[in-house]
Design a protein around this ligand. Structure first.
Ligand code: OTU
Length: 631
């Protein structure tokens, strides 16, 4: 190193450290007030708070310089993830590419599709045998050996960064596996570790809690507590019996999880999906969901990570009704202090609902009832994920419908996608007592149509897939492609024979990536159509700054068959129309502009347009002067 290079490094470090000091000043009060809400009544609170600040300081000292520089760039551009070219993809590592090293080999494929945000499903060391698809974590500092090593993870993160792809992983913070070191020690009777969980000597408290608790896996894991014979005690297990809920009323748990998230951030992870966020705090007499303390946990995590690693994002996974969901993105005095991203469960569930009805009226009413987000927060919009479509989330939606109406509708939608209706096209399966399993393509009728070799049915099924993706790409926020959807991948009917099968019906839509099908995208089959249309959506999306921080204004046309989404911001406007029905429908186009459809490139000059079955338009105003020149 020459002396001038050395000088530069010294200056660089000084600049990074100064930025850290400034963040420390800014975010400490937020961290303090959130921690005080959680632990303020403990007499050693000052010491608790000081310990958290030490974790933050240590993590900053460990943070690689390249990441500190990225932090600085992102702090200067906090809306980096809201840029229109941020397009998501989600996959299980093994299903997609075998191992983390394998994923590196597929970066080219992802870039080709237009992807710039990759969510890899649980990849940390997981419980052997049953592990809920990796959502039973046995170590937060190790990668599962079947998928690679921690070194592979940081290498992958670096390769992705070079390719401008953000890496998201799951932060399963509500529970650990029953073979996590903490649980193992708790089993031996160590009180310090028992206090990491909710452990009860008898059923008296569990019985009291059960009176107001719901059930997630009602069929396969009924009840919320599990008897541990060797301990002769009961442990709180909201999900499966081997997933032990962590007790966040113990500040040591928060401290350990803070260490865990910052450790992973320092390996180069950009985005953390906060798994099962609503469940983090328990209160007797309630459903133990969305308790006020949950938001303080999130605010404390946000403020503390913002000091050590401000480049990272927190993404809420909360399958709750829309009025509760928006709280995870920070509103009012908490704007900018909670998650930057949240899964738009409401939109996801409602587009499937509208497709089943062949009508968008209910969808539009629900979308209209969602409060606008605070600046700095955005939706993660998706068609399918690794979970089921959970219809129960709709029961508490209002939007002009009663709970009884929602329950009827949920029953209808569930039967529809299980193929239990006249003229059925969907090939889904019922999941537990509330959901639907199946891939996008199979739920949209492509599997059935292909098996029947019915070309018109194939065309319609393909249109349905593209319609759903058009909505999530044009809603505003980060659109997410679920692995295999870009090729119209079917259900995995042999899932029960699969190496990860644990009796859970969600494996139906978690089949391995069909790379042979991926090769066909270069040919002339239907795969080419779906792949190229989704890539086209990504391209259009990347060129639509009109979606940045813009709330979609939903509307209806054609007797409610067509959903329209009108966006405008400082960059201009767009008008998107999708026909949810198999019948043609008329759309009224706003007359303020002359428009061009981004799918066909055609000019739309008439105030009325007819949209065919499941057809769509993505209209951008034509700059009159430029357009005349071009013609
Ligand atoms: C999440 O799921 C994960 O996405 C699931 O794959 C896990 O099984 C689960 O957590 C436990 O880690 O908790 O906030 O209906 O939608 O369990 C919602 C099933 C969750 C899932 C629900 C969800």
């Amino acid at each position: 190193m020459t002396s001038s290079q050395k000088q530069k490094t010294v200056e660089n470090v000084a600049q990074l450290d100064a930025a850290y000091d400034a963040r420390y000043e800014i975010y400490t009060p937020d961290a303090d007030s959130a921690l005080r809400h959680l632990y303020g009544d403990q007499e050693n609170f000052p010491e608790i708070a000081a310990r958290m600040m030490r974790v933050v300081r240590d993590a900053y000292l460990q943070r690689p310089e390249a990441l500190k520089e990225l932090d600085l760039r992102r702090s200067q551009r906090p809306d980096w993830f809201q840029q229109p070219d941020r397009i998501g993809y989600t996959a299980y590592v093994d299903r997609f590419a075998g191992t983390l090293k394998g994923v590196e080999q597929k970066i080219g494929y992802l870039k080709n599709l237009g992807v710039s945000y990759l969510h890899l499903l649980p990849l940390l060391k997981m419980r052997p045998n049953e592990n809920d698809g990796g959502f039973a974590v046995s170590s937060y500092s190790e990668v599962d050996p079947a998928l690679g090593s921690m070194n592979d993870l940081s290498n992958l993160a670096e390769r992705l960064r070079e390719n401008d792809v953000s890496l998201c992983i799951d932060f399963v913070l509500n529970h650990t596996a029953d073979n996590h070191d903490w649980a193992m020690r708790a089993r031996t009777g160590a009180q310090h570790y028992k206090d990491f969980y909710y452990v009860y000597q008898d059923r008296s408290l569990p019985d009291q809690y059960e009176q107001s608790l719901g059930e997630v896996f009602a069929d396969t894991a009924p009840g919320n507590f599990t008897f541990i014979a060797e301990q002769d005690e009961w442990v709180w297990t909201t999900f499966n019996p081997y997933q032990w809920d962590l007790n966040y009323s113990n500040p040591v748990v928060f401290e350990e999880m803070l260490k865990a998230i910052l450790f992973l951030a320092n390996k180069g992870v950009d985005v953390f999906r906060l798994d099962a966020a609503p469940y983090l705090w328990k209160r007797l007499g309630t459903d133990c969901l969305n308790q006020p303390e949950v938001f303080s946990i999130i605010r404390a995590l946000r403020a503390l990570t913002a000091i050590a690693a401000p480049g990272i994002l927190l993404k809420a996974e909360a399958i709750v009704p829309s009025y509760k969901l928006v709280q995870y993105l920070g509103a009012g005095e908490h704007a900018g202090k909670e998650c930057q991203l949240a899964y738009n469960t409401t939109l996801m569930t409602m587009i499937w609902s509208a497709l089943a009805e062949g009508n968008a009226a209910r969808l539009a009413s629900v979308l209209k009832s969602i409060p606008p987000l605070s600046p700095g927060a955005a939706w993660l919009n998706y068609v399918r994920c690794h979970d089921d479509i959970g219809w129960g989330v709709l029961f508490e939606e209002k939007a002009g419908y009663s709970e009884a109406e929602w329950r009827d509708h949920a029953n209808f939608a569930r039967a529809f996608y299980a193929g239990d209706v006249d003229g059925a096209y969907a090939d889904g399966e019922n999941y537990q007592n509330h959901g639907t399993a199946g891939t996008t393509a199979s739920l949209c009728g492509l599997e059935r149509a292909m098996k029947q070799g019915d070309s018109e049915a194939i065309r319609l099924a393909t249109m349905r897939i593209l319609l759903l993706y058009t909505v999530v790409f044009s809603y505003g926020g980060i659109p997410l492609i679920s692995m295999g959807d870009e090729l119209g991948q079917f259900n995995d009917h042999d899932y029960a024979a699969g190496n990860r099968y644990d009796g859970d019906g969600r494996w139906l839509h978690r089949g391995a990536m069909d790379w042979q099908k991926a090769e066909l995208r270069r040919g002339g089959g239907n795969e080419v159509r779906i792949f190229s249309e989704i890539r086209k959506l990504a391209e259009i999306r990347a060129n639509t700054p009109q979606l940045i921080q813009s709330a979609a204004e939903p509307g209806l046309c054609g007797d409610g068959r067509v959903l329209t989404l009108h966006h405008h911001n400082a960059h201009g406007e767009i008008f998107v129309c999708v026909n949810f029905s198999s019948a043609p429908a008329h759309v009224t186009i706003p007359e303020a502009h002359c428009w061009r459809d981004q799918f066909t490139g055609d000019r739309v000059t008439k105030p009325q347009v007819e949209l065919g079955a499941y057809d769509r338009l993505w209209l951008t105003p034509i700059d009159q002067a430029l357009d005349d020149k071009a013609n």
